[in-house]
Design a binder for this molecule. Structure first.
Ligand code: DAH
Length: 354
């Protein structure tokens, strides 16, 4: 047995010397240590030895096995290091001739404004919701108290798909009904107020000019609970706008008509450029129209499953529809709305978040 082992040791050392990668090392390991390998063969021979020789021979085989296992581990570590070194030094890993600074992408200005608003509303306890761009007539109009042939549909002519009853949403209000159904049970069973904002891309059949686009972004928000009033609406709007413009803003409400709110308002902020005195940015009025809003119409709360016929005022809420595109224009001083969709990187890469 001693001689067999000696012979195998020599064979092993000779072969180990020729190993240069993980694959050939593994082949060698199998040749020695697998079930059909040399060590197993030694074990079979051991079984055939007379009883008094077994102990000594068994110990020899074991120490041989341990010895070659240690060699394998050591060799594996060497190969791994050499491979790492080769990668670091080879052209595969990096190209020294490349200039250090490479052009980096930047966020679209509307993405920047959207994320900032999501953070602000998130910090006030609002959930941020996503919604599809293709919706049906019910969600875009009827659930919002805009029945077929209602004149308010005129302003929201959009793109209709050839699939019946499918259209590109003309405003983010289209998500209101689904969000009420999603969070209504939590409100009624757990008393958790519904607070959600839902940004999204909207579409309308518009003639395009510096102020109108067929594709633009809005961010809608709703809050529903017991005893929600116009004061809550004003508080949230003012807090949010002061954060966006990084200063205290003065707001006012004017009456505005939207079928899904009653009363409905146009929320204006005092012109940030002239401070209300009147300038060319605010067309000498001292105010800038910013965000339509209002108290959610009882019909809309009913369709959303919030209130029953018997008690249409059990829960109340407010809604607002911020024009994200318009806000981005105001915040960054962009004069032409088309800039956002043209994909001109010279224009779009200038914006950074605060
Ligand atoms: N969805 C309206 C539009 O795009 C804007 C709007 C008005 C949203 C009043 C509201 C609201 O939530 O209360 O023209």
């Amino acid at each position: 047995m001693k001689d067999r082992i000696k012979e195998l040791k020599e064979k092993f050392s000779a072969q180990l010397g020729t190993v240069y990668d993980q694959k050939s090392l593994e082949e060698l390991r199998l040749a020695f240590l697998s079930k059909k390998g040399h060590v197993s063969a030694l074990m079979s021979e051991l079984a055939k030895l007379p009883g008094d020789q077994k102990k000594e021979a068994g110990a020899l085989i074991n120490s041989f096995k341990q010895e070659i296992s240690a060699h394998f581990d050591e060799k594996m570590e060497q190969i791994r290091k050499a491979e790492e070194e080769r990668l670091i030094n080879s052209a595969e890993s990096y190209d020294e001739s490349l200039p250090e600074e490479r052009a980096r992408g930047s966020y679209h200005p509307i993405t920047l404004v959207q994320r900032e608003l999501e953070d602000i509303f998130g910090s006030m306890g609002f959930d941020v919701e996503d919604y599809s761009e293709i919706v049906d007539d019910y969600h875009c109009f009827e659930a919002l108290n805009i029945p077929p042939y209602h004149p308010a549909r005129d302003m929201q002519d959009t793109y209709y798909l050839s699939t019946p009853n499918q259209l590109l949403k003309s405003h983010t209000s289209a998500a209101q009904n689904s969000i009420m159904h999603k969070y209504g049970p939590l409100l009624k069973e757990k008393g958790r107020p519904i607070r959600a904002v839902f940004p999204g891309r909207c579409f309308r059949n518009e003639d395009i000019d510096a102020c109108h686009e067929n594709t633009f972004f809005q961010m809608e928000g709703i809050m529903i609970d017991k005893n929600i009033s116009i004061s809550n609406l004003i508080y949230f709007m003012k807090t949010m706008l002061s954060e966006v413009f990084e200063r205290d803003v003065t707001v006012r409400l004017r009456p505005g008509f939207f079928p899904f709110v009653e009363p409905g308002f146009e929320l204006d902020i005092q012109c940030l450029i002239c401070g209300g005195k009147g300038c060319s940015s605010c067309k000498d009025s001292g105010w800038l129209e910013l965000c339509p809003c209002g108290m959610i119409h009882p019909n809309v709360l009913k369709y959303g499953g919030i209130n029953s016929e018997e008690d249409p005022y059990e829960y109340t809420g407010f809604a607002f529809g911020l024009g994200l595109t318009r806000l981005a224009m105001m915040k960054y001083g962009v004069k032409d709305i088309r800039t956002f969709n043209e994909g001109d990187l010279n224009a779009l890469s200038q914006f950074v978040s605060k």
